[in-house]
Design a protein around this ligand. Sequence first.
Ligand SMILES: Cc1ncc(COP(=O)(O)O)c(C=O)c1O
Length: 375
Amino acid sequence: MRFRSRHLIDLEVLGKNFKKLKTLCPNNKFIFMVKADAYGHGVIPIVRHSVTELGITEFGCASLGEALLLRDELFDLEFELYVFSDVQLDLEECAEIYLNRRIIPVISNNEDLDNILENTAFKRFPIFLKFNTGMNRLGLDMLDVDSITSKLKEKGRKSIHHLMTHFSSSSLSMKKNKKNIAQRENFSKIKEAFTSAGIEIENSSISNSGAIEQKVGLEETHVRPGLILYGPSSLLPQYSYLGHWTGEIISRLETYIIRFFNVKKGQPIGYGATPCPDDGVVAIIALGYGDGFSTRYIGARLKHKGKIGVVAGRVNMDMAQIFFKKGEVPDLEVGELFTVWDNDLEGFQKFSIETKTIPYEVFIHLTNRVPKIYC
Ligand SMILES: Cc1ncc(COP(=O)(O)O)c(C=O)c1O
């Protein structure tokens, strides 16, 4: 465990982001996606705060294990919990968990739908259906709408509690990209087919961050934001002009300078004896790939006291080198704080572009060795 390097998570900023989200889509309800440990921010404090302070009541996980953890740890709170992908309804014991712990599986295939409909214990359980409208990952087949309608009717079901689909390309233009246009059209057709066959659709959702940022899919009852609530935009840089998102990153990644020293151009540094690119100063920071400071971050530029340093040489398990070129060296002190990212949206987006990662991955990379501190 690290002592001084830390991931500081500001729950007040989460609240500010949620407020901004509500101004973007004032008429929608929210399913806050908190899979992968709330995108690396610690799912328990994030959900606790979201329920008690922000009034969010619906959350999306990827797996039953994630949902169970939330039910176990937050037994004192009331909220709805949905499992999106790793539902395992084929296992008998899982069906019981869903029933007894009020966790709702999002059904994406016919076998799981049959399991639910055939099991009388699920008779009053809300039905959540996810359709494949062109993403071709999980999802019920559009061509099965008629047979699904018959099955529902046969079992006395008059409605679908929540009907949804997921975009493959919402980080691109929602209004011009052909795949996005087709997926929206397909979803409309599915809705219409159910409705005209007499199956009521109580709730529906289609939009994750990229679509919400472009104000698309807001005619549905719900939106399903993940990334934007943690701060970053989900749009690719070339489409950022289409977005309306102005959130702040909810976290800062802080470490400190263990040591710094002068270097000459060509001088070998650390593992691999990487030659120094120029004369300057190397500062050693207390973060390495063991903390989730990825080897992909080599070459990334990080600002310290107004000067730009570059992640140089190899990233080690426990440390990394930041190189400051002669003439561009800040006043350094051993033990001083070094911030990798802070609440600034632009800086964070630049970091993920430069490191050829995606914002989702930058957060999720961080390991448990870096303590999460909530404020
Ligand atoms: C079905 C579904 N809806 C919504 C989201 C949220 O996506 P984003 O983080 O891009 O908002 C995800 C995330 O992967 C998802 O799988």
